[in-house]
Design a protein around this ligand. Sequence first.
Ligand code: GSH
Length: 217
Amino acid sequence: MHLYIAYKRYSSWSLRPWLLMKEAGIPFEETVLPFAHDDSLQRLATDHQIPATVPVLEHEGRIIWDSLAIMEHLAESYPDKELWPDNPVLRTLARCASAEMHSGFVALRSEHPMNCHRIHPMTPGRAVQADLDRLAVLWQKFSSAKNSSEDFLCGSFSIVDAMFAPVAWRVHGYQLSISPGFERWSAAMMALPAMKQWADEGAQESWRVDATESIGL
Ligand SMILES: N[C@@H](CCC(=O)N[C@@H](CS)C(=O)NCC(=O)O)C(=O)O
């Protein structure tokens, strides 16, 4: 099992399956492809005739090239890990919210790119505020549906938490405000050993992407 990712400082899509596999205890090897600094991602894409984006998972001779497809593949490959919640109501909600994250929250994702090592408070614009308001509604939906005092969205950590993990870094880095429920979730996420490991390893990287480092200046 081999996961290709990009910068731990910046690559939000890479973080999702990496965090899921670490937290689930699925062993894997990893390679960082710094696509803004060399052509290693382009070469991987050409070799496999896939888009030049990360994450990419290589597993048992198969190539899976999209974050959500990778996490679905892992859920299917490791049923005992319960990567989606067992409860069907929560599972439906988790799938819908994960798909919504995958295709939505465009303003939040584009105006506040993930940067795990920069604190730069910003006032959200109208479109970003609408995304933050939507997150508060989603968190309330999970809170009403789950029967657990645990702070992850479905009680125990699952794919939907991994899907929203970069939002925890964005809210932290740009000092955005969502809701008390979101803050409890975010604190639980930040306390995960794998989130700390990701940030620590990102801090060791020397690559910088100026466009991301200068957001809000
Ligand atoms: N929808 C894709 C998005 C992947 C994506 O956009 N990844 C970014 C890194 S976070 C990327 O590879 N960008 C390459 C580039 O901009 O050249 C997924 O979910 O995997």
